[in-house]
Design a protein around this ligand. Structure first.
Ligand code: NDP
Length: 479
């Protein structure tokens, strides 16, 4: 199936650069083509977005809200089609896309459609000076949204929805690895009555299409989710133009397990937080630290459970682990198994590419648990972003805190304990933007979402996202 750019409310082929192949990770075959968009395509999108901005930014909040909620409803109505498309593009199980990815994309539009009606500007009375200040929150103009392949529509809409709600017009680029649901979204936007030019979706490579968005002098804000190295590059390009930047980057998140936790709940959730979406979630707890008194028991029970996870074709209901998103990514993940062995790590289970009957060229890999000799080894420090976790024991709170914080990343951390004082102490000291205690990936869309250190700059979610997509302007009136 071939897809097209969505510019000024129309479907358009690329102007200059031709097309790119789109692969099905479940069988390794090309199943369609996507535009390899150039600077010219981005410029066309910019012209459309610029001319749509004055009207959209002046559209009432009720109307903006109505359109966004309509998009949300249409996504829900087309759940099956979207879930199958997401799975075909990304390799994730259809049931997972149906349970998580697509419903969340619909929630993103509904949430920000509602949130914008509650978003308020602040006012400050300057007592003693006979003056009042009020702060306007004005849309920025044309903004750029760039998203990765792991949760394609989920993360794409997490940016687009608040940007549109706040009154901006948008140029968005999904990952070239997983463009399909973004294309289907453009069809839905037309049906929902989103005015032409308000949202423009341009497909292509990061290094050309993405780069053209980031370099464009009149695209005033960039919201990016992806790898840390790409984020650093984008920051370098955008900073001299003083663009607003929101960067959601990589993670290497600790999952810290104390002996006093609720064991069965912890074990089950830890399997999920390790391998959900083939381990390709920036929030996965990829470094497992276990209190020494339960380490051997945990190791045995965990490995036993992991071995039962069924790797299979994404369309099968019984499949727990589908295909990885691309061949190059599979190769990168596998290379870390070799690195682990060279570093003295012990592969407790998995570690290999596997063939699924009938789909031998698909990008499948066994879920892998590596016991590491030290928290400083590369597999414990570098983001692998696949079905691979490390485990090691710890002796006490201070030691595990030090190990947990001794990475360049700071996205999320999970803590398993029933000790309230320890929970408070550790939550205060863990270096991460998000802490989960006795749970994992429980999301409330009102909360600030994002990381510290090399995991990013800025926060998404709730009013934080609406603040990012608006400029604050203070007006001071003396009376
Ligand atoms: P990349 O950084 O490779 O790509 C992310 C997006 O940026 C893609 O659309 C990509 O296009 C585009 N891109 C690449 N180069 C440029 C450039 N020079 N200028 C502009 N855009 C560019 O990340 P991945 O797609 O590999 O995603 C995986 C990463 O995302 C992991 O590190 C993961 O941790 C992180 N992530 C972070 C999350 C968070 O919230 N903190 C959530 C989810 C993932 P293309 O793919 O077409 O090359």
């Amino acid at each position: 199936m071939n897809i097209q750019n969505y510019i000024n409310g129309k479907f358009m082929p690329p102007i200059a650069n031709g097309w790119l192949d789109n692969y099905n990770p479940a069988n390794g075959e090309v199943y369609g083509q996507i535009p390899n968009s150039s600077k010219e395509d981005v410029e066309n999108a910019y012209i459309a977005a610029k001319s749509a901005f004055p009207t959209w930014s002046q559209t009432t909040l009720e109307e903006r809200s109505r359109v966004l909620i309509k998009i949300s409803e249409l996504l829900e109505e087309n759940l099956q089609q979207f879930a199958e498309a997401e799975s075909l593009d990304n390799g994730k199980p259809v049931w997972l896309a149906k349970a998580i990815d697509i419903p969340r994309a619909a929630s993103n539009f509904r949430f920000f459609g509602n949130a914008i009606t509650q978003f308020a500007s602040e006012s400050h009375e300057s007592i003693g000076h006979d003056a009042i200040n009020y702060t306007l929150r004005q849309p920025i103009g044309v903004v750029g949204c760039i998203s990765p392949w792991n949760l394609p529509l989920y993360l794409f809409t997490w940016k687009i929805a608040p940007a549109l709600a706040a009154g901006n017009s948008v140029i968005a680029k999904p990952s070239e690895v997983t463009p399909m649901t973004a294309f289907l979204l453009s069809e839905i936007c037309l049906e929902a009555g989103l005015p032409k030019g308000v949202l423009n979706i341009v497909h292509g490579l990061g290094t050309t299409t993405g780069q053209a968005i980031v370099e464009h002098p009149d695209i005033k804000a960039i919201s990016f989710t992806g790898g840390t190295a790409t984020g650093a590059h984008i920051a370098k390009v955008a900073a001299p133009m003083f663009k607003k930047l929101s960067l959601e980057l990589g993670g290497k998140n600790p999952n810290i397990i104390f002996a006093d936790s609720d064991y069965e709940d912890m074990l089950e959730t830890t399997v999920r937080s390790s391998f959900a979406n083939q381990g390709q979630i920036c929030l996965c707890g990829s470094r497992i630290f276990v209190e020494v008194s339960i380490y051997e028991k945990f190791k045995t029970d965990f490995v036993k459970k992991v071995k039962t996870l069924r790797v299979g074709h994404p369309s099968e209901e019984k499949t727990k682990i589908g295909a990885l998103a691309s061949k190059s990514h599979l190769e990168k993940v596998l290379s870390y198994v070799d690195i682990a062995e060279q570093e003295g790590g012990k592969i407790l289970c998995g570690g290999k590419r596997i063939g699924v009957l009938g789909y031998e060229n698909g990008y499948y890999m066994e879920p892998t648990v590596i016991e590491v000799p030290s928290d400083e080894c590369r597999v414990n420090q570098e983001e692998i972003f696949g079905p691979v976790v490390t485990i090691m024991p710890f002796n006490n709170e201070d030691e595990v805190l030090q190990m947990a914080n001794k990475v360049k990343y700071g996205l999320s951390a999970t803590l398993w304990t029933n000790d309230l004082k320890r929970t408070m102490r550790m939550s205060n000291q863990l270096q991460a933007g998000i802490i989960w205690v006795n749970t994992w990936m429980m999301r409330d869309l009102r909360t600030p979402f994002g990381g510290i250190k090399a995991s990013g700059v800025g926060r998404e979610g709730g009013f934080e996202a609406l603040r990012f997509f608006t400029e604050a302007k203070n007006v001071c009136i003396k009376y």
